[in-house]
Ligand binder design. Structure first.
Ligand code: DI6
Ligand code: FE
Length: 401
């Protein structure tokens, strides 16, 4: 059988395992044609391929390309000074009152033109790609006006044209109340004007909201979800990060793809997520950086069979993190996730959190051929090391990238 490319002499983490494991295949091979996997499995039971290109992987490991399903990658400005202030004991609230925090990133992002935003964001994207990322979700939320949110989403799409990576854009207009506005009036604008426009222009697939006592209420989240649904957009939520607002439960009842953070999630929230198939997106970078102490209810989520994804939450305020591998290590050390859960959280389950399970996140015939080839002895090496990058090659849609 002819194929474009054949990767042989490799160990595979197919992630194709009904019991939720890594689906390991030793001495495996992958064949691809026109950017799609046509075979992934044991070498000794593979069809006889006649490849245009044959690649000897020298016994290395191949996983699906990594998927970062929650980032705020596109922004301008720098909050390192704020970090120093916080180290000296100044509180987050004091910084915000003095015009810092999220509002300072909004100011810098509004002031940047497209080229400036691209220049600021590309190094962060490149850091992700260097660790095997082939799909990345990028949220808006630092514009907080229709033209500025549009600009962020257009830049996100442009990043996907500048690099070999799939960008999944999410509209997070309801991230914070813009300076000089009143919360409910702004939510009315988000629901009645911004969501319809963003949907009509095809600038986002999903709508997200920061539901928290310092941000928007569950009632406001409901209003935003109804607008999202009416315009054919999927739903995500930043929920239960600092307190239990029952946002995850509300989002699940609206069929949310994912509820993210969820440190303060309760049993009713878990039950609603299980019923709806809503993915729990765990963000240990924000937990670490803000020195949070309340852990997400991992064991209860596991027991309930709620899918667990893992993501960087790359953002300038609470998770200035561009390393999926370090995020996996944090998932294991801080949240006690297993190695299998950490790797599945950045592949199969992340694809599910983006509504792309049919096409991404597993090494299965018919799926897009996005691969990460690793110089490791065992899958655990990806999670165990700190600050070491064993990526050997990144393949996007069947081609070295
Ligand atoms: N949750 C967070 O922790 C960040 N956004 C959000 O919804 C904070 C973002 C920032 O401080 O810039
Ligand atoms: Fe976030």
């Amino acid at each position: 059988m002819r194929c474009d490319t054949l990767w042989q002499n490799a160990n595979l983490m197919t992630l194709d395992d009904a019991s939720g494991g890594l689906g390991v295949v030793r001495d495996g091979m992958i064949a691809a044609t026109e950017g799609r996997i046509v075979y992934a499995g044991p070498a000794n039971t593979a069809p006889a391929f006649i490849p245009a290109e044959r690649i000897d992987c020298g016994g290395r490991w191949i996983s699906p390309g990594l998927i970062d399903c929650h980032t705020h990658l596109v922004y301008a400005g720098n909050r390192a000074g704020e970090f120093e202030q916080r180290l000296q004991g100044v509180s987050y609230a004091d910084i915000a009152r003095a015009g810092g925090g999220i509002v300072s990133t909004v100011r810098a992002t509004r002031a940047a033109d497209n080229a400036g935003l691209i220049a600021a964001s590309l190094p962060r994207l490149d850091a992700m790609l260097a660790e095997g990322v082939t799909t990345i979700e990028i949220k808006s939320g630092y514009g907080l006006s229709l033209p500025d949110e549009r600009k962020q989403l257009r830049v996100a799409a442009e990043l996907g044209r500048l690099r070999k990576v799939e960008v999944v854009p999410t509209f997070l207009g309801a991230h914070a109340v813009p300076p000089g506005h009143e919360a409910q009036a702004y939510i009315n604008d988000v629901s009645a004007v911004m969501i319809p426009a963003i949907a009509a222009e095809g600038l986002a697939e999903a709508v997200d909201i920061f539901c928290e006592n310092i941000a928007f209420s569950p009632a406001q989240a409901q209003q935003v979800f109804e607008a999202a649904r009416a315009h054919g957009l999927a739903i995500k939520i930043h929920a239960e990060q600092l307190s239990n607002q029952h946002g995850a439960e509300l989002a699940a009842r609206h069929g949310a793809l994912s509820a993210d953070h969820i440190e303060h999630l309760d049993d009713a929230g878990i039950a609603a997520m299980r019923t709806a198939g809503t993915v729990a997106v765990l963000l240990p970078g924000a937990f670490y950086f803000t020195r949070e102490t309340v852990l997400p209810p991992i064991q209860k989520l596991r027991d309930a069979g709620v899918p667990l994804a893992l993501a960087t939450d790359s953002n300038p305020g609470t998770s200035p993190l561009t390393s999926p591998l370090l995020t996996m290590n944090m998932g294991a050390t801080l949240f006690r996730l297993t190695v299998d859960e950490c790797i599945a959280g950045f592949t199969r389950e992340a694809a599910r959190a983006l509504g792309r399970s049919d096409r991404l996140g597993r090494l299965v015939a018919g799926m897009d051929c996005d691969l990460a080839i690793w110089d490791i002895e065992a899958p655990a090496d990806l999670v165990y090391r700190i600050g070491f990058n064993p990526l050997h090659a990144r393949i996007w849609r069947g081609h070295a990238a």
